[in-house]
Structures are given as structure tokens and as C-alpha cells.
Design a protein. Structure first.
Lengths: 309, 363
């Protein structure tokens, strides 16, 4: 009784505008509005503008006109674009496999009890925390043909006799950026998978040990299936980020040598901003969309299946 | 056929010494219960038998084999965990089958064993479900089933009933007892619940601070506790204690405290006489106190003032003050008594316990 009397008295004092918020539909809208506006302004609008741009003949200094799918047709015949598509898949695929394998390995190591556990876990995150551009510049020095510390070490160890031109050779350049991406991405995998591992009760491992499962069998039959939902989410995040990676390649190679390391984002930037062919750049950016869309949908469906299983 | 023997077993975690010189022979087919308050080392001892915890010093044998360095899987034991530890991503059937698959059993044999265990536990209809689709009691059965299918030499139970509600716990307790009679496998059972210990155990080990306080059959612990701790831990409501001084009055030994002057009978008198003049603790169980009648010798009577009356239906518990001490008496449910009543009570002299004030050991 006292409660109803109080709330009645309170609603009397509310202004009509505020009273409207007692209706959940209005309240929901009011609460969603800030996010919706931000997403609309910074994601939906640029995306929409990008689509329009890709269907026009705009270049720097020329707003251009509607040309339909001509830009897409053009990039389809572009051999650099085809290299870019292949590069992006190769780059994403190889790095994801290595990041997952190394990240999982590291997570399992970090999941044990040892002295200084907390500090090691914090240090593991360093590559992830340092701004990509900074750490990539450091790597650039390490791969520098003249000053490369890697070459110096290999030379001192007697493993090589001549300099390796890490970033000058097309295949080595790709390998180099893959190594850096793995270095940068492993902490994210390790820490997230570690969090996942910690949700698995140690009792399950003990039960499996008593049940006769050796360490590898325990990993395969207990840890791996229980970690699967977390693994899939991490892989999903990583694939999206890696597929659309820009900074690393831009700083290391700028897409070179001879366009050997271009990814969607760097090639779109080079063509759109570098050469001023805004519409073609937009078309390349958008070409990422169907690929990513398919990857994401497949993974999300799979995650849902794993989680409801 | 399996005996388990622990010899001078010790466990240290860094600087904490959690299990101290435990010596124990667990006989073939025996149901041995470890009981004690949390942190007494009972679970650690069990985990050392399972091989989940390394042994600091000492020796564990299963039959005649020293298993100190034998990994859990090769000890031929099965364990039921407190939180069941069912594999959440596997069906009940797969949970039961896992241990057998790992040991490369034939498919037909696995199926036979699963069906057999499921029938014993009444979980045939649950075999295709996932653990999360089961109630607590059902999960408990599956956990038991996983141990049963293995047909091991020894069953280890780590507080298996502590996550069940009170009613289910009583029910599962009875079932565990029946199951043990049926399977007749050597079992080691850890609990902090003395009722479980008393009802399930062929023998009970009472532990405290890593030390075995007493090993014996349930009634042995109840009737002749080795020390004050066991006396207070076993039995509910707990034994009453009063700090007394042992005196001799005209050649008769007495236990004296403020408001209390109790004669000591027979053998107890002889043992108390040797300690005349010393402090001691007098122990008497609530059920061994009754309202005094003309038949009770005055030296076993005392006066008490009732503070709280707890009506339990089958009995009445009286919380009373005797001098400075608080005591509980369990009396006939037909008695009419109210708080603040002054009563004259008597105790059964043959049920008196005396404990040394220093060592707390039974006198």
C-alpha cells in the first residue's frame, strides 16, 4: 500500500514529457537513440556514401557522375586487384592459423601455477597494447636490408653469408608482414583463450585423468571442445581485423615490392587517395564486403550451433 | 579385492602441513569415512589416494602395490567429485563411456556396462541427455554411474552429497549404503557431515588439523570418544562440556564446578582418583540427561535453569544454564516445561566422560 501511494505521488510530480518515458516503447527509443545516432553517423552514412562513390566516376577535384558497376568491372580485370584478393586471403588464413596455435599454446602455459604469473600475463599483452604503427616501425628497422638485427644475428651465428633482403623480395616481404601480424595478434588470442581456459573446472581434468585419459586425450576430449565457443569468437574477431588490416602493411611495405603485399585496404587507399581515383578505391573497399559477410555469417552460424549443443 | 593402506602419510603445501603422519589400514570391501571440519586434511588425503596430489612423505599401498608414483589412471580407482565433474559437452551415455573408451574396451562391453550401471541407478531414460538437462540428484547418479561402469578396485567419494538439498541428501545416503552393499567395493568417503559418517561408515576416521583423532566403528566413536574433539564432533546435538576440578571427598572422587557436584562411578572414579586436584572437562550427551526422580542418586543430580525450550516433536531440547556453563538436555516430548523454569536433573553415571584439561584426551 505504502509503495503504490508513494509511486502515485511521484508520478504526479513528473512533467508530462518525463511521464511519457513510463511507456516502455518511448523509453526504449530514448535509450537506443544515442547509439543509433552514433552508428548511423559514423558507420551507416559513410558506408552508404561509399556505395554511391563506388558507382560514380568521382576522382579528386571531380565529383563525377553515376556510372553503374563500371568500376567493379574495371577492378575485376585488374591483375593487381586479383593479387590483392589472393594476398588478403593468404595473409588472413596463415596468420589466423598461427595466432590460434601459438595463442592456445601460450594460454595453456599461462594457465598453470607458477611464480610471477600475474606479471608474465601482463607482459604477454605488450605487443597488443603498443600502438601498431610504433611497433611496426621497430620491426621495419629489424627487417631493414642494411641495419637488420635479424640479418646480423643470423650472420653471427654463421647461418647466412649474404644479406637477406626481407622487404625487397616479394615472397619474403609477405612472410615478414605475416610474422609481424602473428607477433601482434598472439597476445589477444592468448589472453582471451586463457580466460576461456579458466572457466573450465580443473575437476574435469582430474576426472578425465582418473578415467584414463593421457594429457593429449584430455586436451582433445575435454579442453578443446569446451574451449570451442571462445575460440570461435576470437577467430571471428581476428579474421575481421586481419582481413581489413591496413596499418601494418602501409608502414612496412606500402603494398610493395611491386604490389606483392597489397591487401584490400592498402590497395583501396593507394588507388583512392594516392592516385585520386576515389570511385575505384571505394569499389575495392566494398569488394571486401561480400567476402567478409560470408565469413562472418558462416562463423556466427557455427558459433550458435556450438553454443546450443 | 582391494585393501588400501596409508603409512606415515604427510602432505605439505609450501609451509603449511596439512596432513600429518596418517597411518591407516582400509580393509577389503570396507566403507571407510573420513570426517572432520574444513581444512582438516581429509580431502587432501583422499586426493593423495587418488593420485591427484603428490605425497610429501610416506607411502600409500593399494593391495600390495606401492602407488606413490603411479598416475591416477593406473591405480584402478574411480572417484566421485563434489561438483560431479560431468563432461558438460557429452551426453550421459558418453560420460559413462569415456573412461572405458580411454581404456580401449570393446564397444559391446561398453554398452553392456552402461546399461547395467544405468539400471542399477535408475537413469536409463536419461542416457541421451546432456548434464545441464539434469537435476542435481540425477547428475549425482550419473557421477556414481561413471564410477560404477569402471568396476574399479576402490571407490573414492569427495563430499558427493554436499551439493544436494537436505531431503535428497538423506535419500541418496540410503541409496549409497544399498549400493555399497550390492557392489561390495572398498570405498573411501570424505564428508564434513557427521551424520553421513555415522550412517554410511563401516569405520570412521575423525581428522582435525591434519591429524587422525580417532579411527573406529561409528558407535565406538560415539560411546568412547578418544578425546574432547571427537566427543564434541560426533553426535547431534553435541555433547555438553563443563570445566570441573577433580576432588576427593571422604574417599569418593567428585567432579566439581560452580553449581555442579557430580559423583564419578566405577572405573572412571579409579582413573579420576589419580588426577585428584587437577582440572578436567566433564562431558555428558544431551540424551543422557533426564528429569531427576526419586530413583536417581543425589550425587548424579544437579539444578539447572531453563533458558530456551526447543520443541522438536519427537523430543524436547532444553537449553539450560548450570552454574556458569550452558548445557543442552534432550527430554521426553510430553514434559511440560517453560523458559526460566528451575529443574532438578539427573545424568546417567555410566555415560559420563572425562577429558584431561590440557591434552583433551579421554581420562
Amino acid at each position: 500500500m505504502a509503495v503504490t501511494a508513494l509511486s502515485a505521488a511521484e508520478s504526479k510530480r513528473l512533467s508530462p514529457r518525463l511521464r511519457k518515458l513510463e511507456d516502455e516503447r518511448w523509453l526504449a527509443m530514448a535509450l537506443l537513440a544515442p547509439t543509433a545516432i552514433l552508428l548511423g553517423l559514423f558507420i551507416a552514412y559513410p558506408f552508404f556514401e561509399g556505395v554511391l562513390l563506388s558507382l560514380s566516376s568521382a576522382r579528386v577535384g571531380d565529383p563525377g557522375h553515376f556510372v553503374g558497376l563500371k568500376n567493379f568491372h574495371k577492378i575485376w580485370d585488374d591483375s593487381i586487384f586479383r593479387t590483392t584478393v589472393w594476398n588478403t586471403f593468404w595473409y588472413t588464413g596463415v596468420t589466423t592459423v598461427f595466432k590460434l596455435a601459438l595463442g592456445l599454446w601460450l594460454a595453456i602455459l599461462l594457465n598453470r601455477h607458477f611464480k610471477g604469473k600475474a606479471i608474465i600475463r601482463a607482459f604477454i599483452l605488450l605487443p597488443f597494447i603498443i600502438p601498431t604503427v610504433l611497433s611496426t616501425f621497430a620491426w621495419k628497422w629489424m627487417f631493414d636490408p642494411t641495419f637488420s638485427v635479424i640479418n646480423w644475428s643470423l650472420f653471427q651465428l654463421g647461418l647466412i653469408t649474404t644479406r637477406i633482403n626481407w622487404l625487397g623480395d616479394p615472397d619474403l616481404a609477405m612472410t615478414s608482414i605475416i610474422i609481424i601480424n602473428i607477433w601482434r595478434g598472439v597476445p589477444f588470442f592468448a589472453i582471451t583463450l586463457l580466460a576461456g581456459l579458466q572457466t573450465i573446472s580443473p575437476e574435469l581434468h582430474e576426472a578425465a585423468a582418473i578415467d584414463g585419459a593421457r594429457p593429449w586425450a584430455r586436451f582433445w576430449h575435454v579442453t578443446w571442445p569446451l574451449l570451442m565457443p571462445v575460440t570461435l569468437v576470437v577467430v571471428l574477431f581476428s579474421v575481421i581485423q586481419t582481413f581489413a588490416d591496413f596499418q601494418l602493411v602501409y608502414v612496412m611495405t606500402g603494398g610493395g615490392p611491386a604490389n606483392a603485399t597489397h591487401l584490400f585496404a592498402t590497395y583501396a587507399y593507394q588507388l583512392g587517395i594516392g592516385t585520386g581515383l576515389l570511385s575505384e578505391g571505394a569499389a575495392i573497399s566494398l569488394a571486401m564486403f561480400p567476402f567478409l559477410f560470408v565469413i562472418v555469417v558462416v562463423q556466427l552460424l557455427y558459433i550458435r550451433r556450438v553454443e546450443t549443443r | 579385492m582391494a585393501e588400501v593402506s596409508l603409512h606415515k602419510l604427510n602432505k605439505k603445501f609450501d609451509t603449511t602441513h596439512v596432513v600429518k603422519d596418517v597411518d591407516l589400514q582400509i580393509r577389503d570391501k570396507e566403507f571407510m569415512v573420513f570426517v572432520g571440519p574444513s581444512g582438516c586434511g581429509k580431502t587432501t588425503t583422499l586426493r593423495m589416494i587418488a593420485g591427484l596430489e603428490a605425497i610429501t612423505t610416506g607411502e600409500i599401498r593399494i593391495d600390495d602395490r606401492v602407488v606413490n608414483e603411479v598416475p591416477p589412471m593406473d591405480r584402478d580407482i574411480a572417484m566421485v567429485f563434489q561438483n560431479y565433474a560431468l563432461y558438460p559437452h557429452m551426453s550421459v551415455a558418453s560420460n559413462l563411456a569415456f573412461g572405458l573408451k580411454m581404456r580401449k574396451f570393446e564397444k559391446a562391453e561398453i554398452e553392456k556396462r552402461i546399461n547395467n550401471a544405468a539400471a542399477i541407478l535408475g537413469i536409463e531414460s536419461l542416457l541421451q541427455r546432456k548434464p545441464r538437462q539434469l537435476s542435481g540428484g540425477q547428475r549425482q547418479r550419473v557421477a556414481l554411474g561413471r564410477a560404477i561402469v569402471r568396476d574399479p578396485k576402490v571407490f573414492l567419494f569427495d563430499e558427493p552429497l554436499s551439493n544436494l538439498d537436505a531431503k535428497l541428501r538423506v535419500q541418496m545416503r540410503v541409496e549409497l549404503k544399498k549400493l555399497h552393499e550390492r557392489l561390495a567395493v572398498t570405498s573411501v568417503y570424505v564428508t564434513h557431515d557427521q551424520v553421513e559418517a555415522m550412517t554410511l561408515g563401516d569405520r570412521v576416521v575423525v581428522m582435525k588439523d591434519g591429524l587422525v583423532q580417532q579411527v573406529g566403528e561409528p558407535l565406538e566413536l560415539y560411546n568412547t570418544p578418544a578425546n574432547r574433539f571427537v566427543a564434541g564432533f560426533i553426535g547431534s546435538p553435541a555433547m555438553n562440556f563443563a570445566d570441573v576440578t577433580l576432588v576427593e571427598n571422604g574417599g569418593k572422587p567428585l567432579a566439581e564446578a560452580e553449581g555442579l557436584r557430580i559423583g564419578l562411578p566405577g572405573e572412571l572414579a579409579a582413573r579420576a582418583r589419580a588426577k585428584a586436584g587437577q582440572k578436567a572437562t566433564l562431558g555428558i550427551r544431551p540424551e543422557d540427561i533426564h528429569i531427576a526422580t526419586a530413583a536417581d542418586a543425589p550425587e548424579y543430580c544437579f539444578e539447572a535453569s531453563v533458558e530456551v525450550v526447543e520443541q522438536l516433536g519427537s523430543e524436547i531440547l532444553l537449553d539450560m544454564r548450570v552454574g556458569p556453563a550452558l548445557m543442552v538436555a534432550s527430554v521426553e516430548p510430553t514434559l511440560r516445561v517453560r523458559a526460566h523454569d528451575k529443574l532438578k536433573l539427573a545424568l546417567k553415571p555410566e555415560r559420563l566422560h572425562l577429558f584431561d584439561a590440557e591434552s583433551e584426551a579421554a581420562i
